[in-house]
Design a protein around this ligand. Structure first.
Ligand code: TPP
Ligand code: MG
Length: 324
């Protein structure tokens, strides 16, 4: 039997919804950015949606996700409400970080999303620390760190994973290998072709998974989550993927060939899941269109909310600097 058919339809539809929500929101931001309507910078997530969505659907609401400089997709997938994300991008008082964080600093403790960190690699030991805290308090919650191929070359990667391994901390290390750290191809930054091989050095399981296949992402993440929750310790999951857009705003992308970008775009993870929903789960194309229309309305509403929201009160500048 096709293993895809063993998965509950509701789960696949939930993964699909989250992926479409990320794509629609990110595409809208891109269009508005080109019109000069988005303040600040953008590090976009198009192409990688299967990873955030597949992993987060495998989590409970009280599990926590530590993200990076590219956090919008992770935040949406973990359930941070779109209006708060949009308002944060516009630096408004109603933003999820009160308008003080901007694009790289999404946060919502209520849905298990501690502040994302733009310091590459730093969120790896943070996730280990949170997971150790859960373990010491006897809780069966898990922590996830999302990070890139570039982050896997930092010292924080080594320290964070090694400590988690020796302590059997309930954490999942999710490496999104999108082939580039800014403009540097992975082959120029490491001698190995699979980052998952590094798991051996820490005595934990590591696997390589197709990050454009949402169902494979969900299945691999579910196994790692079950292992962590059962006290068996951390797992390193390397998802091979690609970012469809530039590294950040204004990246002309001259370091990638059109042929390479087109080849990866032809493996679009949303199109792939849509095909599976239609062909194997007999979902009418119309019902998937309806999901997309509903999400477009959510995106419109979130952006209108952000644009209509007030700027932060100058008096709030020194709030959240010291413990109150
Ligand atoms: C410690 C540190 N060094 C450098 C930077 C600048 N920087 C921001 S993103 C980035 C590339 C990160 O690549 P990767 O980890 O593969 O993540 P991706 O951008 O591909 O998602 C760099 C070098 C930073 N933010 N932090
Ligand atoms: Mg990368």
């Amino acid at each position: 039997m096709n293993p895809e058919l063993t998965l509950d339809l509701d789960i696949i539809l939930e993964i699909y919804r989250r992926m479409v929500r990320i794509r629609q929101f990110e595409d809208r931001l891109y269009q508005m950015f080109l019109q000069g309507l988005v303040p600040g910078t953008l590090h976009q997530y198009q192409g990688q949606e299967a990873i955030a969505s597949g992993v987060c659907v495998a989590l409970r609401p009280d599990d926590v996700v530590f993200s990076t400089h590219r956090p919008v997709g992770h935040a949406i997938a973990k359930g941070v409400p779109l209006p708060g994300i949009a308002a944060e991008l516009w630096g408004k008082a109603t933003g999820c970080a009160g308008g003080k964080g901007g694009q790289m600093h999404m946060v919502d403790a209520a849905v298990g999303f501690p502040p994302s960190s733009a310091v590459v690699g730093s969120n790896i030991p943070m996730a280990t620390g949170a997971a150790l805290g859960f373990k010491l308090r006897g809780l069966d919650r898990v922590a996830v760190s999302f990070f890139g191929d570039g982050a896997s070359n930092t010292g924080a990667f080594h320290e964070g994973i090694n400590l988690a391994a020796v302590k059997d901390a309930p954490v999942i290390f999710v490496c999104e290998n999108n082939q580039y750290a800014a403009s540097t191809h992975v082959s120029l930054a490491m001698r190995i072709s699979d980052i998952a091989d590094r798991a051996k050095a820490y005595g934990i399981p590591g696997s390589v998974i197709d990050g454009m296949d949402a169902i494979a992402v969900y299945q691999s993440a579910s196994q790692a989550v079950a292992r962590a929750r059962n006290g068996a310790g951390p797992t390193l999951l390397e998802y091979k993927t690609y970012r469809f857009m530039g590294h950040s705003r204004g990246d002309p992308g001259g370091y990638r060939t059109k042929q390479e970008v087109d080849q990866w775009r032809s493996r679009d993870p949303i199109q792939r899941l849509q095909n599976a929903l239609i062909a194997q789960y007999s979902q009418p194309a119309g019902s998937l269109d309806q999901i997309e229309q509903d999400i477009l309305a959510e995106v419109d509403a979130a952006i209108q909310f952000a644009q209509a929201s007030p700027d932060p009160d100058p008096e709030s500048t020194y709030r959240h600097v010291f413990a109150e």
